[in-house]
Design a binder for this molecule. Structure first.
Ligand code: HAM
Length: 421
């Protein structure tokens, strides 16, 4: 490899990360806009937390037996000797912010949303990146299963607006601190009986947190896991009635769902409801969004005893299956001839921009024909013509590129014409 080629390789984008280029950004913005609009209809407000946090926040929040904490965190020591981590998910940050700012004492409903990058050191593949983007929502202080159903309905409504078809909604309950220990014990015993059929990772999980075996992607482990007891047989009265109430509300919303008893999700904090919406149009990484209830996190962080529930949507995955109608930009290209026309043109561009018209101005010496060629390439909607004649008259030509129609007028008249369009 030449020195140049090797330098280029060294400076290339890091594995598992991606540039989002201008031609893709329009659909990202459409997703962001629709997400904001949807969540605000349900009373959510945006909460922006930092990109990195104390490592301990995720160890305690996301959970010490999760794959995220054991294998996937971008952790570093800063110059002050403090262990920090690039957030692998958003939920613990929101809980921390509530405690820190005593948001529970405010009048507003505790409903928050956010969108931004997350970081996980996982094996990159289609639909799985090391820097990826989530849209995240969280609700606090609502015990009623009606809110569990409402957030699923809200997710469903957003996906519909995004033109996402071919989805399936999976729901489950993972019980609570009362009933889960007996289930974990039953799993541990079942795993113990099939130990030799499990991968080394699952053999370890059988000891630390046997529910995690359900997350294993090794096919033989999945086959074994299918023979394990199901949690529904172990739920305590409260968890069972919460789960049944969720299903009633989902029916009321006419959400089609499937109860998936093995949906335990990869994070340690869930209690009661867990859910995912998966796509039949994606490969192995088919979860468009996932979430659940986490009633113990706030008090485990030393805060008030307030329950929580939320979900996060993977933006890359949703955009891969969304059918978004991205509106075409309408811009005006400035075609000027000579230095004086350039000065007048700049004033005109300033005037049009101040009045909300997007103007494309390039500082290259071009003849009129070349200007039109360039405007065509840029797909400008209009060309504003500023030549000597136009300057003398104080009236300028405006050509509509799609129709070839040309009008003439003062800048005020042209602005009125553009506004009409
Ligand atoms: P999660 O299931 O880890 O949950 O992630 C949510 C979504 O983020 C996934 O369904 C997927 O679409 C996307 N995602 C996750 N990892 C990657 C990756 N490496 N590359 C691309 N997309 C990815 C959470 O993060 C929880 N905080 C959700 C939650 C909020 N639970 C309660 N509140």
């Amino acid at each position: 490899m030449t020195e140049d080629a090797s330098a280029k390789k060294d400076l290339a984008v890091v594995k598992g990360t991606k540039d989002i280029l201008p031609k893709e950004v329009e659909s990202w913005r459409a997703l962001e806009r629709l997400a904001r609009e949807t969540f605000e209809l349900y009373g959510y407000r945006e909460l922006r937390a930092p990109v990195f946090e104390a490592t301990e926040l995720f160890v305690k929040g996301t959970g010490p037996t999760s794959d995220i904490v054991t294998k996937e965190m971008y952790t570093f020591t800063d110059k002050g000797g403090r262990s920090l981590t690039l957030r692998p998910e958003y939920t613990p940050s929101v809980v921390r912010a509530i405690i820190e700012h005593r948001l529970d004492l405010e009048v507003e409903p505790m409903r928050y949303y956010y969108m931004g990058p997350m970081f996980r050191y996982d094996k990159p593949q289609k639909g799985r990146y090391r820097q990826f983007h989530q849209v995240d929502i969280e609700v606090f202080g609502e015990k009623d299963a009606a809110v569990d159903a409402e957030i699923i309905e809200m997710a469903d409504s957003l996906l519909r607006k995004l033109g996402v078809a071919g989805t399936e909604t999976l729901v489950n309950s993972v019980g609570c601190r009362e009933c889960r220990p007996a289930y974990s014990q039953a799993l541990r015993e079942a795993a113990g009986r099939r130990k030799s059929d499990l991968c080394p990772d699952c053999q370890r999980k059988a000891e630390t947190n046997p529910l995690r075996i359900f997350d294993c992607k090794v096919e033989s482990c999945q086959i074994v896991a299918r023979s394990f007891p199901v949690i529904q047989d172990f739920l305590c009265g409260e968890c069972l009635s919460h789960f049944n109430a969720l299903l009633v509300f989902l029916n009321q919303y006419q959400i089609t769902y499937r109860v998936e008893p093995r949906l335990v999700r990869g994070l340690d904090y869930y209690t009661k409801t867990t859910f995912e919406i998966v796509s039949s149009h994606l490969g192995a990484q088919n979860a468009l969004l996932g979430g659940g209830r986490y009633d113990d996190m706030m008090k485990d962080f030393g805060g008030p005893n307030i329950c929580g529930i939320g979900f996060a949507l993977g933006m890359e995955r949703v955009l891969a299956v969304a059918e978004l109608a991205v509106p075409k930009r309408k811009s005006l290209y400035l075609a000027y001839l000579g230095d004086e026309a350039k000065r007048t043109g700049l004033e005109l561009a300033r005037y049009f921009r101040a009045n909300g018209v997007e103007c494309l101005v390039e500082f290259k010496n071009r003849g009129m024909k070349a200007h039109f060629g360039r405007a065509n390439k840029l797909e400008a909607a209009w060309v504003l013509i500023v030549g000597e004649d136009e300057m003398k008259k104080g009236r300028f030509g405006l050509k509509e590129m799609a129709t070839g129609r040309q009008v003439e007028g003062t800048r005020e008249e042209l602005l009125a014409f553009l506004r009409d369009k």
